[in-house]
Design a protein around this ligand. Structure first.
Ligand SMILES: Nc1ncnc2c1ncn2[C@@H]1O[C@H](COP(=O)(O)OP(=O)(O)OP(=O)(O)O)[C@@H](O)[C@H]1O
Ligand SMILES: [Mg+2]
Length: 343
């Protein structure tokens, strides 16, 4: 991604929920900072409106610039059009018109230009949970209209956890960001890397992962957050100085499933009946996902259900399965296969 940034290209991280997008953004920024970039990470999660978006950007610069740049920004900040600040920051005037809010946002979006003018700094900006700029204020057109002029002053990486909305923002011809950032996929972690990492973590803490490693890797299926959760549960179940085995693994898996059950139930509760049927079929890797046994209209409604589940990030395309999809969260998949108990 840094290579993309160097060539003044923008990137977007396309990966399902909890697949390590934020972790990768932060690691990339840290690496870029080592290579001399000025870096800024902005999280738009829960943004309410244009003013909120503007003040999140401003706060990110205020908190993340270091050394002399920080001093410079402390002064510069006071020359910007005020936006309302929660908790009353240095300026607490409220911007009341849409135009005013748009201008305030424009000024903050163009901060990389100010940095670049100042001493030729190149800025790498990460916009996380970017889909919320759409939910909050349809601000994507304003953002695009400004950052398209940033040229070599700034490169952008976008990430978001709502798969469908991110696709809508970047892959829909009618949207301002259409084809504006190169998609970078985040594949599942390889069993080799994960296995080595987990085995090592056990050893340095006086335990051994033993024959529990195989079933752990199978269950985790390369899902970064789930792999870490499973490894943590296994580690907790393994007494010091002991080699874990299938029995310890079974206890760890039970704990992990218990820990994720409420979440699984919440997801299930919000699905339509067709979506539930598709989700279970995908979890069980059943053939004939779009079987028209119940009539052609059933096939069509299942197809729409699959598309909705994919947009929601619950399932993702996978050519190695009979359904063409897999359930993103392996613990949700276990719960679905395992009878969907409520406790
Ligand atoms: N490469 C990795 N190696 C080990 N653990 C990882 C890795 N990537 C992510 N994780 C673990 O997964 C968790 C979730 O990662 P992160 O928050 O970066 O994902 P995300 O894709 O941003 O999630 P969301 O879609 O909810 O925003 C982290 O807390 C970390 O424990
Ligand atoms: Mg994230």
């Amino acid at each position: 991604m840094i290579d993309l940034a160097w060539s003044a290209n923008n990137a977007r991280l396309a990966a399902p929920r909890r697949y390590g997008k934020t972790s990768l953004l932060k690691a990339t920024l840290a690496k870029a900072a080592d290579e001399g970039w000025t870096t800024v990470y902005v999280d738009f999660f829960g943004a309410l409106d244009m003013t909120d978006i503007a003040s999140r950007i401003e706060t990110a610069y205020a908190e993340q610039l270091t050394g002399r740049l920080r001093q410079w920004f402390t002064s510069l900040r006071r020359t910007l059009r005020p936006v309302a600040r929660v908790g009353g920051g240095p300026v607490s005037l409220e911007v009341s018109t849409t135009e005013g809010a748009g201008n305030a946002l424009t000024e903050r979006l163009n901060l990389p230009l100010r940095l670049h003018e100042r001493d030729g700094q190149r800025v790498l900006v990460a916009f996380d949970e970017f889909q919320d700029v759409l939910t909050a204020a349809n601000a994507d057109a304003i953002i695009r209209s400004q950052i398209q002029h940033h040229g070599t002053a700034a490169s952008y990486i976008f990430a978001g956890s709502q798969v469908g909305m991110m696709e809508g923002l970047f892959a829909d011809k009618r949207r301002a960001f259409y084809a504006q950032a190169r998609p970078v996929a985040l594949p599942p972690l390889s069993a080799l890397d994960l296995g080595e990492f987990i085995a090592e973590r056990f050893v340095v803490t006086g335990k051994e992962v033993g024959s529990a490693l195989g079933p752990l890797l199978d269950t985790a299926a390369g899902h970064p957050q789930r792999a870490m959760l499973l490894a943590h549960e296994l580690w907790t179940e393994t007494p010091p100085g002991v080699v874990a085995d299938e029995e310890v693994w079974a206890a760890a898996l039970t704990n992990a499933l218990a820990a994720s059950r409420e979440e699984a139930k919440t997801i299930w509760t919000h699905l339509s009946n067709a979506q539930r049927q598709v989700l279970v079929a995908v979890a069980k890797n059943r053939a004939n996902l779009y079987s028209t046994a119940g009539g052609a209209s059933r096939g069509g409604s299942r197809q729409r259900a699959a598309e909705a589940l994919e947009a929601a990030g619950e399932i993702t395309a996978d050519t190695d399965t009979r359904t063409g999809y897999r359930v993103v969260d392996p613990l949700l998949a276990e719960w679905l296969r395992d009878g969907r108990s409520s406790q």
